[in-house]
Design a protein around this ligand. Structure first.
Ligand code: KG4
Ligand code: ZN
Length: 351
């Protein structure tokens, strides 16, 4: 994939991170993220507070991204922005800013689906360093975030086939809700990951939910985690604090296992031997180890994103923006942000 290509500014504001990146082709010149700490004390993202914080931080983050990339507004050739899915109030801030810039600078606007950004982030090239591999199409992508849990065949930059997905909670939600039961902060996923390193993953065993094909379900496991905690607390009242490492390791193992099992199934069913993981939960140490082990055993080419590209970031929105610009696909400034997106680029299969 080339480093040459248009100079674009990318904006991501779908949830609680205000992020702006500058890309030349797929080369990331800057990728600034302002993480909103304000939600921590509420145990989850408060939508109204998120959109207010985006308004406060969007301009400073744009200026920081331009400064870091050593580029000026008048050099930009396009604006890529997350159109959805996400929180409507948060999306509106980034999207309105992108439309204003597009009009003021008379450069094209490109609307980007946030999930497509996660899935195409394997094409990003870190500043000045040519990446040795970017996956060729088609590849499988395990997308695991706070809002999504799906296995998709990425047939091309604008062609996605969903093989399986969660029928209830996302795996990120299951991590966060389990962490809440353990009185841990939000977001709980990275905290569970940290405590798990010192814990026994086989100490507590939770019921598995059997699903058809490569679909997922996490609400049953979540309920069973709560029931197991209540049962154990009757025997040892302080188990949740005294055995915290073991609880975390056991929960992590039970939430990651279906991801790895279904990924393995999808590889066998499709015969596709290229695999990417994407989204916030792809930062999970145990998942990264398990996927690496699977890839070595089955001789699969894998892309495991650097940690900076697992969390929400504007560089990944820029990657889709580049594909769009290279293919002459632009959007109109009368378009609007959408909390939910449906698109004919996406097909849903049963295998
Ligand atoms: O992709 P993302 O940043 O935002 C969404 O688009 O949803 O994903 C956020 C999710 C949260 O549920 C968070 O707890 C989880 O990713 N997460 C992790 C880890 N880091 C972030 N879950 C497990 N282990 C981690 N290391
Ligand atoms: Zn995301």
């Amino acid at each position: 994939m080339t480093n040459r290509g248009p100079l674009i500014l990318a904006i991501e504001s779908s949830c609680d991170d205000t992020s702006v990146a500058v890309l030349q082709g797929f080369n990331v010149l800057s990728n600034c993220v302002h993480n909103q700490e304000i939600h921590r004390e509420f145990g989850g993202v408060v939508p109204e507070m998120a959109s207010r914080a985006h308004i406060q931080y969007i301009v400073p983050t744009i200026l920081a991204a331009l400064r870091t990339s050593k580029k000026e507004f008048n050099q930009l050739e396009g604006i890529a922005v997350t159109q959805g899915p996400g929180l409507q109030g948060s999306l509106l801030v980034g999207h309105s800013m992108a439309k204003s810039l597009s009009l003021a600078l008379t450069i094209p606007l490109i609307n980007v689906n946030h999930i497509e950004g996660h899935m195409l982030s394997c094409y990003l090239v870190e500043k000045g360093i040519q990446k040795n591999s970017s996956l060729e199409f088609p590849y499988l992508c395990l997308t695991v975030s706070g809002g999504h849990t799906q296995i998709v065949i990425v047939k091309n930059w604008d062609n996605f086939e969903v093989l399986g997905q969660t029928l209830d909670d996302s795996v990120g939600e299951a991590f966060d809700k389990s962490a809440k039961l353990l009185s841990l902060d939000y977001p709980g996923g990275p905290i569970i990951d940290r405590y798990s390193k010192h814990g026994n993953p086989d100490r507590f065993v939770f019921n598995k939910t059997r699903m058809s094909g490569v679909n997922f379900s996490f609400s049953g496991i979540k309920t069973n985690i709560l029931q197991t905690m209540q049962k154990e607390q009757k025997i040892r009242a302080n188990t949740l604090t005294n055995d915290l490492d073991d609880w975390c390791a056991s929960i992590q193992k039970s939430l990651i296992a279906p991801l790895v099992q279904n990924t393995k199934k999808a590889i066998f069913n499709t015969g596709i031997k290229r695999l990417a993981i994407a989204g916030g939960v792809s930062a999970n140490t145990f998942l990264r180890d398990e996927i690496t082990r699977l890839a070595m055993k089955e001789n699969i080419e894998i892309y495991i994103p650097p940690l900076s590209y697992t969390m929400d970031n504007a560089a990944m929105i820029g990657a889709v923006g580049q594909f769009s610009m290279l293919n002459g696909v632009y959007d109109h400034v009368s378009s609007s942000a959408k909390a939910r997106i449906t698109s004919d680029k996406w097909k849903y299969l049963d295998i």
